[in-house]
Design a protein around this ligand. Sequence first.
Ligand code: PD2
Ligand code: ZN
Length: 282
Amino acid sequence: MTTISPAITPELRAWIVAQAESGFPPEEVLAAMRTSGWPEEVAIEALEVTLTEHLQAKGKPVPGRSLPEPSLEESTTRLMADGHEVRVLMAMALPRVVVFGGLLTEAECDQLVALSRQRLVRSETVVNETGGSEVNTARTSEGMFFTRGENPLCQRIEKRIGALLNWPVQNGEGLQVLRYRPGAEYKPHHDYFDPVHSGTPTILSRGGQRVGTLVIYLNTPEKGGGTTFPDVGLEVAPVKGNAVFFSYHSPHPSTKTLHGGAPVIEGEKWVATKWLREREFI
Ligand code: PD2
Ligand code: ZN
């Protein structure tokens, strides 16, 4: 994972973790750092970065960190998102999964497909060592990325997603559109970036970790193409205009967010994916 400040040496990191594990509260660790001459701002950043990384690496939630989440306390059946009514079809606690009905209208789905069709190229996946991307047999779809706010349709959809999931529009990556032809699939994977890989710091420098995913179905395939969550035996049916949302508080399998796109058996499958980052995505 990233080490933003060069001041955080491996020795300092180990010392901070040891203090925390011995039960010293962060204020006392901070006071000790101040006494040994660390400027307050540098000490706070070192503490924050080190303890966040330590908790994340252990798959534990980071206190005070919020996640994208629909306001289901307002209603468990329908929500208003930027003036658009969305149905809640299913909600699950672990993994945190919520399935929405009617997130996009039929016309919006068709427009998104029309705007992306000519720009599709064979999908690539992240190369762990470098943070770059390459073609991979685990993902046999074709895809393209819109930049955030690229056109009025993207702007409208992004605003709706931001309102639905209570997450800043700026923290979202641009919408990605994927087309799967018969036989194409996306083998089970996690959407977060694994901290152990050497390419991860480069990816995280653009807005931190991914903390949530929204896959929107832009058509209804004839057969196959569900979104699967193998850890819990869940399969979400791909229905035009509907969407599946899931969030993950840390980049760890304990979030049970392993998921895949099952092979399309008949017809095509089109989806738009919105990934949500911790901070502004640049
Ligand atoms: O198309 C899907 O169902 C799917 C499955 C798994 C999409 C993604 N992951 C993704 O875009 O991350
Ligand atoms: Zn995925």
